[in-house]
Write a protein of this length. Structure first.
Length: 74
């Protein structure tokens, strides 16, 4: 199973229409026009985001199918 870093997840969110509104410490906060949800991504150097949190963030972003692609990479 392959996890990704917070930096990489931020890039994926931005490519899918989410906008970084602010940074609070090491947490990047994203919103998207037309969505009520807000996404908080922990960015701690190049530390990987654990599977459960990654799945929850991608589900909130409407990108859950991407989770299955990312976790099935060699």
């Amino acid at each position: 199973m392959k996890n990704i870093s917070g930096k990489k997840l931020c890039k994926i969110l931005e490519e899918n229409g989410w906008s970084l509104v602010r940074i609070s410490g090491s947490h990047h906060i994203f919103i998207k026009d037309g969505e009520d949800a807000r996404i908080v991504v922990p960015v701690h150097r190049n530390k990987e985001i654990k599977t459960g949190l990654l799945k929850a963030i991608l589900k909130t972003a409407g990108l859950l199918s991407l989770f299955f692609v990312l976790t099935n990479l060699p």
